[in-house]
Design a protein around this ligand. Structure first.
Ligand code: IPE
Ligand code: IPE
Ligand code: MG
Length: 244
C-alpha cells in the first residue's frame, strides 16, 4: 500500500452527512443545510490541496437518496448543477481535476453534459483529483462491474480465471484511483451507507459528530492527525511485535 512520504493519506474519502440536522437545529428547512454544505466542501477541497493530499472522494448523492421527497431531490440536483457551473473556473485555477464517480447511465442528458464538460475542462490538472460520488452506490457499482466482466467472458475476451481482484477494481467507477486510506464520516452515524464497499476493505475509519456544514479546516486536520497515529496492519502482525 502506498503511503505518502509525510505519512498523510494519499486518498481521503468523505461521507458528507448531517446537512438536514444542521438546518433543523436552526429551525430552518433542510435545503439551507445543503447550501451550507457546499461551503464546507469548498473549504475541504482547498485544504486537501494545501495539505498535499492527491485524491479526495466525496459522497454527494447516493443511489438511495432518490428515495427522498421529490422537492429535496430536485433541490440537490439543482445545487450540484449550479455549484459546478459556478465553481469550475476556480477549481481549474486551483489545479483540481474533477471526476464523476457514479452511475452515469441513468442521469439526465443535461446533468450528464455538465459532468462531461467539467471532466474535460479539468482533465489536465494534477494538484488534486476530486472524485465526486454522485448517483453512487457501492452495490450498483459492483453490479455494473460484474456485468461488464460477464460480457467480456461471454464474448470470449476474458477467461473466468482472469477475473482477479485487479480485474474487478478496473471495472469500478473509482478506477484508476487507489483505495481510500482514510474514510471520514460527519454527522455521527457509524455506517458506510453503501459507500465504497469494495474499496473500503482496509480503509481507516474516522467518525465525528460534527455536522457536515460545520466541518472545516480544523476538523479536517484533526482527522488527519488521528490517522497519523493509526497502525495499519493489513492482516499482518504488528510491526512493534515483529521488532520486539
Ligand atoms: C447529507 O446530509 C447530504 C446528502 C445525503 C445529500 P443529509 O441530508 O443526509 O443530512 P441529515 O443526515 O438528514 O442530517
Ligand atoms: C449518505 O448519507 C449519503 C451521502 C452523504 C451522500 P445518508 O444520509 O443518505 O445515509 P443514511 O440514510 O443515514 O444511511
Ligand atoms: Mg444523512
Amino acid at each position: 500500500m502506498k503511503r505518502e512520504a509525510n505519512g498523510l493519506p494519499a486518498h481521503v474519502a468523505i461521507i458528507m452527512d448531517g446537512n438536514g440536522r444542521w438546518a433543523r437545529r436552526r429551525a430552518l428547512p433542510r435545503y439551507f443545510g445543503h447550501r451550507e454544505g457546499v461551503k464546507a466542501l469548498k473549504t475541504v477541497v482547498r485544504y486537501a490541496a494545501q495539505r498535499g493530499i492527491p485524491i479526495l472522494t466525496v459522497y454527494a448523492f447516493s443511489t438511495e437518496n432518490w428515495r427522498r421527497p421529490r422537492e429535496e431531490v430536485e433541490f440537490l440536483l439543482d445545487l450540484m448543477f449550479k455549484t459546478f457551473v459556478q465553481e469550475i473556473e476556480e477549481l481549474q485555477k486551483e489545479g483540481v481535476r474533477v471526476r464523476l464517480v457514479g452511475d452515469r447511465t441513468s442521469l439526465s442528458e443535461q446533468v450528464k453534459e455538465v459532468w462531461i464538460k467539467a471532466e474535460e475542462f479539468t482533465a489536465h490538472n494534477t494538484r488534486l483529483v476530486l472524485n465526486v460520488a454522485f448517483n453512487y452506490g457501492g452495490r450498483a457499482e459492483l453490479t455494473s462491474a460484474v456485468r461488464a466482466l460477464a460480457r467480456q467472458v461471454a464474448q470470449g475476451e476474458l477467461k473466468p480465471e482472469d477475473i482477479t481482484e485487479e480485474a474487478i477494481a478496473r471495472e469500478l467507477y473509482t478506477w484508476p484511483s487507489p483505495d481510500p486510506d482514510l474514510i471520514i464520516r460527519t454527522g455521527g452515524e457509524q455506517r458506510l451507507s453503501n459507500f465504497l464497499l469494495w474499496q473500503a476493505a482496509y480503509s481507516e475509519l474516522y467518525v465525528t459528530d460534527v455536522l457536515w456544514p460545520d466541518f472545516g479546516e480544523q476538523e479536517f486536520e484533526q482527522a488527519l492527525q488521528d490517522y497519523l497515529k493509526r497502525e495499519r496492519r493489513f492482516g499482518q502482525v504488528s510491526v512493534k511485535e515483529q521488532n520486539g
